[in-house]
Design a protein around this ligand. Structure first.
Ligand code: SF4
Ligand code: MG
Length: 332
């Protein structure tokens, strides 16, 4: 299927007292119509800034270079007015903490209807009926009464369901979800992921799922992009990523997933920390943490290279030294 979003050479930098700091550094990815794309990495890898760049929601000191093409329109150069007409309408989003996105002084009903008032011509009665229908779709009981409730009267899980209902009000082509289940307890997390999977399969809405959690990726995503220090280091379909991860960082992430059979402790964690944006070194950014690092890794920056099928990796282990192109191999 064709991409609904095509991001090309996206670079996002912030003006700071210490000069310009690049947080997203020349990334390319696309989201196909109807699919779920995972964008994965530790906190500080640039994944949230990527989503804010797409939405046009960067703080005033942030600047975007490159192309963000949504349905033929380059959002990187769109006016504020254009972005307001797209946000919450054709592109919707949900965040980690629904309480910060819901307004505490308005009822659930009035907030659901607000999105429609901005973007769609509809009578109040029609809007109300649609809001109730959406609340039912996301599995909320007694939807009619819920319309009159205030956000604080709901549990965290119910609030996130309301946020999803709100995001789906205008039937968006793309839903950007940034750590949508991170603040919820495990049982509720699973229910929310199940709900999002159901909505994705029943509607045309593609989902860009931003997460640090490979469990979420395994549960929901069809394709995955792994980010490290503002760059994409691996791209693969979800099966290849788990069966045959290529980049040592991806291998480390997979090894550090808490045991899915119920034990909660982490068996492994990648040593070291994500480099701070602005402290970018020459060579591979992962080199200080990589058990496979060679001399070359500290001197030259590897390119993102295509391997078999749709798998891509940015690592010297997969490049022949003399112009032979990519070599597919397996590390463990
Ligand atoms: Fe490790 Fe070198 Fe590959 Fe970077 S390029 S991930 S340091 S082996
Ligand atoms: Mg984040």
């Amino acid at each position: 299927s064709s991409p609904v979003l095509n991001v090309h050479r996206l670079k996002t930098a912030f003006a700071t007292d210490d000069g310009e700091v690049t947080v997203v550094n020349d990334i390319d990815f696309h989201v196909n119509a109807g699919e779920v794309l995972g964008i994965v990495g530790e906190s500080g890898c640039g994944k949230s800034v990527t989503s804010l760049s797409v939405m046009g929601l960067l703080p005033a000191n942030g600047k975007v270079h490159g192309d963000i093409v949504f349905k033929g329109e380059n959002l990187a150069r769109a006016s504020d007015q254009k972005m307001r007409s797209i946000r919450g309408n054709e592109i919707a989003m949900i965040f980690q903490e629904p309480m910060t996105s819901l307004n505490p002084v308005f009822t659930i009903g009035s907030q659901l209807i607000e999105a429609l008032k901005i973007h769609k011509k509809m009578s109040k009665k029609q809007a109300q009926q649609l809001a109730i229908a959406k609340l039912k779709e996301v599995g909320l009981p007694r939807a009619e009464e819920l319309m009159k409730d205030f956000p604080h009267q709901l549990s965290g899980g119910m609030r996130q369901r309301v946020m999803i209902a709100m995001a789906m009000m205008c039937s968006p082509q793309l839903l950007i979800a940034d750590e949508p289940t991170t603040a919820l307890d495990v049982t509720i997390q699973a229910q929310i992921l199940e709900l999002m999977t159901k909505l994705n399969s029943e509607t045309d809405t593609a989902i860009m799922m931003i997460t640090h959690d490979l469990g979420v990726v395994a549960e929901m995503c069809q394709r995955v992009v792994v980010m490290y220090a503002g760059k994409i280091v691996e791209e693969a379909d979800v099966v290849s990523l788990f069966k045959n991860p290529k980049h040592p960082y991806t291998v480390g992430l997979i090894r550090s997933v808490p045991d899915m059979r119920g034990k909660k402790e982490r068996l492994y964690s990648i040593p070291g920390n994500v480099p701070k944006p602005g402290s970018i070194q020459t060579g591979c950014q992962f080199a200080p943490r990589c058990e496979h690092a060679m001399e070359r890794c500290f001197q030259e920056t590897p390119e993102l290279t295509s391997l078999a099928e749709a798998q891509k990796v940015r690592c010297w282990l997969y490049v022949e030294s003399k112009g032979e192109g990519a070599v597919d191999r397996t590390i463990s």
